[in-house]
Design a binder for this molecule. Structure first.
Ligand code: SF4
Length: 396
């Protein structure tokens, strides 16, 4: 169990060093006489850049922030701060937003370990600077309802749901450990917003860090199978061309249609992917919203006691322009550019069938009278969905 410290309050400089994401922390760059350009180019900051790149790549591979970065723990506090700022500048200049959003998750999780042990007054100060109210009281931490809802909705654990909270005079009273978890969400929200960089800085970052940005686009976190899934690891290299194209579209920060988003979540669930892996697939969407995505993925995957919705058949995907069997000329990988002959086999009816043919394992539904997907049923009715956005099955 985490033991909470009772140390003296941090001065402004220490606060910024510990929490480099707080508004105003960039001012430390000025104190150290470090300009953004110097941070990008000066030999004196080579170690900060190197550590910043390591932070970026670690987050790209492990957005859950589960692995410790040894170099980070060993680094001098100034190098640590500069590496954080360097990473934030580079990711703010990246052409697609997914990497910044993954990094935001990873850094927020990393920070959570500290927030768990600091005095409630420090939690309150960090929250205040992030524009949330956390008032320490004798019973815990009081959070205004509006702040509580904003921070708790993306959190999946049932104990954060509002009906389970003690609400008093328009505020929710939480234990400090829960306040730390809520604050982790506030940090993620802050870091997921790109820094407003001038066009010439964006150009320079993209030129200087081209190798890193290419590597970042190439790497994506290894998909993780659900703990109860007995089919072994997921094998994305065996996914059918349509699913691979949907994944690439989102990774590039491009829009994917409602039907495509639905199909991807339903497919990944049946292929055994865990909840976080499915949510992560949408981080590049231009309109990505963590809480809406989590709500929608939950809806798609938890239907019928966890069996989930059935992904649409090939014919439906073709009618929605989502079949990619002729090859995707925009893909980097020559295998994705090529026509896939397996998809022209007349007995192929379903993307999951394709995955099985190639050796992938699929969770079988016990309920054989499978319910039609919302996409398929909408199509059968011959009219577009009239679901409100918050109730639609469109993860974003
Ligand atoms: S034929 Fe089916 S499995 Fe192959 S790309 Fe088209 S929709 Fe996907």
């Amino acid at each position: 169990m985490a033991v909470r410290r009772t140390s003296a309050p941090l001065d402004e400089r220490s606060l910024f060093s510990e929490y480099p994401f707080l508004p105003g922390a960039e001012a430390l760059l000025g104190e150290e006489a470090v300009s953004v350009r110097a941070l990008l180019t000066d030999a004196a900051f080579a170690s900060a850049r190197s550590l910043g790149r390591a932070r970026i790549l670690a987050a790209a591979e492990d957005p859950r922030g589960a692995r410790d970065l040894e170099e980070l723990a060993r680094a001098d506090p100034t190098v640590r701060l500069l590496s954080f700022l360097f990473a934030r500048v580079v990711l703010s200049a990246a052409p697609a937003p997914a990497a910044l959003r993954r990094w935001a998750v990873s850094e927020a999780k990393r920070n959570h370990a500290r927030l768990l042990v600091v005095p409630p007054e420090e939690l309150s100060e960090v929250a205040r600077r992030l524009r949330f109210r956390f008032d320490p009281t004798a019973e815990g931490v009081e959070v205004p309802l509006v702040d509580y809802l904003r921070l708790s909705v993306p959190i999946r654990e049932a104990e954060f749901r509002l009906p389970r909270q003690a609400v008093r005079r328009g505020s929710v009273v939480v234990r400090p450990a829960r306040a730390a978890r809520l604050l982790q969400e506030a940090v993620r929200l802050r870091l997921a917003e790109p820094l407003p960089l001038a066009d010439d800085v964006v150009r320079e970052v993209r030129e200087r860090e081209a190798e890193l940005l290419t590597e970042l686009a190439r790497r994506s976190p290894a998909p993780v199978a659900r703990s109860e899934f007995r089919g072994g690891p997921l094998r994305p290299e065996l996914f059918p061309p349509c699913i691979r194209k949907m994944q690439r579209t989102l990774q590039k920060g491009e829009n994917l249609s409602h039907s495509g988003r639905f199909c991807l979540a339903a497919f990944l669930h049946r292929a055994g992917a865990d909840f976080e892996t499915i949510v992560d697939a949408y981080r590049g969407a231009p309109d990505f919203d963590e809480s809406v995505t989590r709500y929608q993925v939950e809806h798609i995957t938890q239907r019928d006691g966890g069996a989930g919705y059935e992904p649409p058949e090939c014919e439906t995907l073709r009618s929605h322009g989502l079949c990619a069997r002729d090859g995707d000329p925009t893909a980097d990988d020559p295998r994705d550019r090529a026509r896939d002959e397996r998809c022209f086999d007349p007995s192929l009816r379903h993307p999951l069938q394709y995955y099985r043919w190639r050796g992938g394992t699929v969770v079988e539904r016990t309920d054989r009278a499978e319910r039609p997907s919302p996409t398929a049923s909408t199509e059968a009715r011959g009219r577009p969905s009239t679901h409100a956005r918050s109730r639609s099955t469109d993860p974003r």
